[in-house]
Design a protein around this ligand. Structure first.
Ligand code: AMP
Ligand code: ZN
Ligand code: FE
Ligand code: FE
Length: 308
């Protein structure tokens, strides 16, 4: 039987609703061999998941999902896999980041309360949002409080009615810095859910070709929002450039119809992705070893047969 994995799940340490231990139990029940906890801008849930994983026989890969900017694109997501998640420089960098997120969350709640006051509706409490967030505060936390207070019926309404109009920009990592940080920590840098950046295949090829020289190691070819055709396209682009393909459900526990391991039902990610990520990590632990796959595997950069 094929060993299946889910390399993109969120815990309560960012905007997921399941604890790392619960995620590991779900993975076990779903028959998955490995999962990666890829919380937004934090690795705080990784060790708990690893410990839980050892107890039940589910491999847990350390991971993180950074919000980065690249050229004119904001909020591009970059996954870091198999990085040294206990590194003090990483933890300091993330602390500074978290502080900025907290401040931004506070500013959003203030704007939102102003709007609610104007509408003659009950305000929401900053404390309730922070308590729910625990780790890395994001707009989905504020959405959950809006739902809990009966101010909106679901996530979609929370965003459309309040969180988009009251948004305050986040600070994004420049993508080159994030890739560099991941690689210095012996990890692999993978472009998350590319179809969320654009659905235009030619535009994606051009983005990916700009990221390869910066050290991009892989593409999340299998994700929600990618059709079978998109995934085949992304895998072909990856193969030509010697990039690793990964996949995951982006499970938060709040999206309707998304399950761990299978996403919206079609997802199937094999253990090969894990083996390749671990191989890259191990290669990077050896001082002086080449930090990228050999050029022959990388294909011809700029090969754009699909996109004239
Ligand atoms: P933040 O990082 O705080 O800006 O929150 C971004 C997260 O909010 C994304 O990762 C999504 O999970 C969620 N999100 C963004 N836009 C929407 C939307 N229109 N409807 C539902 N969830 C959304
Ligand atoms: Zn998320
Ligand atoms: Fe993401
Ligand atoms: Fe995610």
């Amino acid at each position: 039987m094929k060993k299946l994995v889910d390399l993109h799940v969120h815990s309560t340490f960012s905007d997921g609703v399941c604890t790392p231990q619960e995620l590991v139990s779900m993975a076990k029940s779903a028959g998955l061999t490995a999962i990666a906890i890829a919380d937004h801008d934090t690795v705080a849930g990784v060790d708990q998941a690893i410990t839980a994983g050892i107890a039940v026989g589910v491999e847990v890969l350390p991971a993180i999902e950074f919000s980065v900017e690249f050229k004119g694109y904001r909020d591009v997501h970059l996954l870091g896999y198999c990085l040294d998640h206990r590194d003090p420089i990483l933890l300091d960098t993330l602390d500074a980041f978290r502080e900025k997120r907290e401040k931004r969350g506070g500013a959003i709640v203030e704007r939102l309360n102003e709007k609610l006051r104007f509408e003659g509706r009950e305000r929401i409490s900053q404390e309730a949002v922070s308590a729910l967030a625990g780790g890395s505060l994001g707009r989905p936390h504020i959405a959950q409080i809006l739902i809990r207070q009966g101010l909106v019926k679901d996530m979609q309404e929370a965003f459309v009615r309040y969180l988009i109009p009251c948004d305050v920009p986040k600070r994004y990592f420049p993508i080159a810095e994030a890739i560099d940080l991941i690689r210095r920590l012996h990890g692999a840098a993978v472009l998350a859910h590319p179809m969320h950046i654009t659905k235009e295949h030619c535009e994606l090829v051009s983005i990916i070709d700009s990221l390869v020289p910066l050290g991009l190691d892989g593409i999340e070819s299998w994700h929600n929002g990618a059709t079978a055709n998109d995934s085949a396209f992304l895998s072909a682009v990856a193969e030509k450039r010697g990039l690793i393909c990964t996949g995951g459900s982006d499970f938060h526990g709040i999206e309707e119809g998304v399950a761990m391991g299978i996403g919206r039902g079609e997802l199937q990610v094999g253990y090969e992705s894990v083996a390749l990520l671990k191989g890259l990590h191990e290669g990077r632990l050896i001082p002086g070893a080449p930090s990228s796959p050999p050029p022959a595997r990388r294909g011809r950069a700029g090969d754009r047969r699909e996109c004239p």
